[in-house]
Ligand binder design. Structure first.
Ligand SMILES: [Zn+2]
Length: 311
């Protein structure tokens, strides 16, 4: 169903004389109930599919005088508000008839395969299904949400990848499960990598960089500089600190979306089937939630995808 208002991000943000940014493949919608959400038009080509990435826009939660669409149970928000917001988000996607299946996320590489809605949330960081009427969802507020679609086998997946999940290759493992359970061929898969904290803002310790460098040959491409904490500190000869008392090395910046895109390519997806949002949660407090930026007052966004039963 076409939402009330549609804003193509490329139209408002890209100068005409330059190549279109990645956001050109994403649309920001505002539903009639005020809910703001992002979609990938390529996914809307399938009438049996519903999907969306929420923003902070809309909702009934109140924080510092603003109304927000908080979709996760947080300390500052009432449970009823979150439940109401989830209903508003589903209504905005015209997906009221689907049962939302969220996860108890714990930065793991665990993938749950759902053939029906569970009574208790499953402890995992990715879910897969080929069963209609289930709306798979992952919650994020900086971490990377990834939706995977197999149009041939009519199967979907939702993945939550923070640095720990990315290091554990959760998106590759999710594709592995789709191959096993649904006989998916990676070359058929479409992937949407949603808004997350960008390489512009995501500082991690050099020990995280060291862990990535030990696991991935192309890890240097995902960091702003190549440092793992083992390098001799040239400053120690210039500063006043006695040996052994140097300040700890400063952080490096990690681009988690790049790392996950590389894993999708390694798993066999085609370049043209991977849609990456260029929205950074920390740079866009007007539109998105960021745990790094807002701390315990941050809300949670949800990225969902499901198969509609044929009527
Ligand atoms: Zn940023």
């Amino acid at each position: 169903m076409p939402p009330a208002k549609t804003k193509n991000l490329s139209r408002t943000r890209a100068p005409q004389n330059r190549a279109l940014p990645k956001s050109a493949t994403w649309e920001l919608h505002t539903s009639t109930n005020g809910t703001g959400f992002l979609q990938v038009p390529a996914f809307n080509a399938f009438p049996w599919l519903t999907h969306g990435f929420s923003t902070s826009k809309g909702g009934v939660s109140t924080l510092n005088g603003s109304k927000l669409l908080n979709l996760g149970f947080t300390e500052w928000d009432a449970r009823e508000n979150v439940q109401k917001n989830r209903r508003l988000f589903q209504a905005a996607l015209n997906a009221n008839e689907l049962v939302l299946v969220s996860l108890k996320q714990f930065h793991s590489d665990v993938v749950c395969d759902f053939s029906s809605a569970p009574h208790e949330p499953c402890s995992a960081d990715a879910s897969i299904t080929d069963t209609p009427d289930l709306l798979l969802g992952v919650q994020t507020a900086d971490c990377v949400p990834i939706l995977l679609l197999d149009p041939k086998k009519r199967a979907v997946a939702a993945v939550h990848a923070g640095w720990r999940g990315t290091l554990q290759r959760i998106v590759e493992k999710t594709i592995g499960r789709m191959k096993m359970e649904f006989k998916s061929d990676p070359v058929d898969l479409l992937a949407a990598i949603g808004p997350a904290i960008g390489g512009c803002c995501y500082e991690v310790g050099t020990e995280v960089a060291a862990a990535f460098h030990s696991q991935f040959a192309d890890a240097p491409e995902w960091f702003d500089e190549l440092r793992t904490g083992d390098e001799p500190n040239p400053l120690q000869w210039l500063n006043q600190f006695p040996p052994g008392h140097q300040p700890p090395p400063k952080n490096v910046r990690l681009d988690l979306r790049k790392a996950n895109r590389a894993q999708l390519l390694a798993a066999g997806l085609s370049r043209q089937n991977i849609f990456v949002s260029d929205l950074c949660t920390a740079c866009r407090p007007d539109l998105l939630f960021s745990y790094r930026k807002q701390g315990s007052e941050s809300g949670r966004m949800m990225s969902v995808m499901g198969i509609r039963a044929e009527k």
